[in-house]
Unconditional design. Structure first.
Ligand SMILES: [Zn+2]
Length: 95
């Protein structure tokens, strides 16, 4: 006898044979104090949803376009020159 486990999305009913791409979603409401993450595991108001439903609920977002590359950081030599330049300008009053 074989036993098959089937994971079903609580929101849309889509099923699949593995728990991969399923998330537990719940809400913890607490007045004041810090919300402690482990309470999520004991939260009674939670559901298990598939990735599309997670996105519909607004908890997951596909990564967007790659942000533009940042300029290369200045080298140590450039930093030293800039510091020296600003010190000279400060001492001479030049701008
Ligand atoms: Zn779903």
């Amino acid at each position: 006898m074989a036993i098959t486990t089937r994971y079903t999305c609580d929101k849309c009913g889509t099923g699949q044979p593995t728990a991969e791409q399923f998330w537990s979603v719940g809400v913890v409401v607490e007045h004041g104090g810090e919300i402690i993450q482990y309470r999520m595991r004991t939260c009674e108001k939670q559901m298990h949803v598939c990735r599309p439903c997670l996105q519909l609920l607004g908890f997951y977002r596909e990564s967007g376009p790659t942000p533009p590359a940042l300029p290369a950081p200045p080298t140590l030599e450039e930093l030293i020159r800039e510091i020296a330049r600003s010190q000279v300008s400060e001492m001479t009053g030049a701008t």
